[in-house]
Ligand binder design. Sequence first.
Ligand code: SAH
Ligand code: F3S
Length: 434
Amino acid sequence: MKQFFIQTFGCQMNVYDGWRIATMLKSRGMTQTENVSDADIIILNTCAVRAKATDKVFSALGRIRRAKKPDALMGIVGCVAREVGSDAFRRVPELNFVLGPQSYHKLPQILDNPDTRLLNIDLGGLEKFDELPQMTTAPTVSYIPIQEGCNHCCTYCIVPYTRGRELSRSFDDCMRDTLHAAKTGAVEICFLGQNVNGYKYTDENGKTFRLSDLIRETSKIPEIMRIRFTSSYPTEMTDDLIEMFATEPKLLPFLNMPIQSGSPNVLRRMNRPYDLDQYISIVEKLRIARPDIQISSDFIVGFPDESDSDFDETLQIAKRIGYINSYCFKYSPRPHTGAALLPNQIPENIKASRLALLDNTLNEIQRSFNISCIDKTLPCLYEGPDKTGLHSVYRTPYMQQCIVALAGKSDAPTMANITITDANKASLRGKFAE
Ligand code: SAH
Ligand code: F3S
């Protein structure tokens, strides 16, 4: 029996793509191995968002080509394939296939013709979702991609190049996948898209569906207890969607809505043309709809020409909104993007010190939010045992990890009310509520 090895880097969309590839290979009778040297086909499912992510892929390929069986097939799929294209074969001559994010369903071609080289980085649309076999069992937290690509064209971002223009899947296809996930084990649905709240699909009768319609319909599925979505673009948080936080209790009180920077000047050069008042008023509307809502963000520090006072505005907005579960990154110039060509690129040491400062601020906010949860009872979703096997790991509605002692219970319930007993920056501790 043939074995495959797959390693996934990057975002949740990639994680989802990896599941679909694994399902397809299993349907062809192959088994998954964690060991590169046992594999007959090796797939790196890649991320190109920062230079470091791309470099990681090429250093992994360097290690793998020495460890693999001589006749094993080896290739890359996803965003680095699209970023680098045929040059990947020059850099790593042992590569057998290079398939972009919208052509990984062509993988069987290389299995059927192992002596050829396969290059396909076309942005062909979303037929991959329909061409690959469905997963037979769904994970408890199931990702459902509803749109792919992005039309926002932030000047730093390679994603519009790698994943293409925005395309939304049909409402019926999204709901079919959601129902299938619910019937085969999903308890939480996370709708995915690079610009997920831009989801818009008009059917043959001229009826238009938005993300709010998907949320309302999914709420009716009894097996589904929690719903969320990622990533959102601030100005696409339309009132119908904000309203969902007031009317659909299954929609979690947590929203990832990246602001990227607190400086109007930097936002303009990033081609994120919202102003801070607009952003803040969206947050206020969300808090009226769901008073306990928490917001997370991504931030980029050291964007070209970012001054100390620009950066200070980022620190201010982070504190003002009180973001939890947030990430900050040093700006990384990427090919196929406008910002890479801008003058006044920021030196590495300044980027590093701004990153450390912002990281500190975000960690401090996270720590005080975690501490504010002590003594609260939250409905949590079981994730699995911890490393010791003595405790269970649960996820709160705010995506915090919570460690719970099983305390005589033989099985951890899938959903449980958990009283938070202790907290630090990284996680919570709790006990099953009486
Ligand atoms: N909306 C997208 C965001 C993709 S990139 C999605 O979820 O698919 C994820 C984050 O990486 C961005 O929000 C941004 O903060 C960061 N990022 C993107 N391009 C970057 C670059 N060139 N340098 C540093 N960080 C970057
Ligand atoms: Fe990238 Fe901006 Fe879209 S970060 S994915 S171009 S919203």
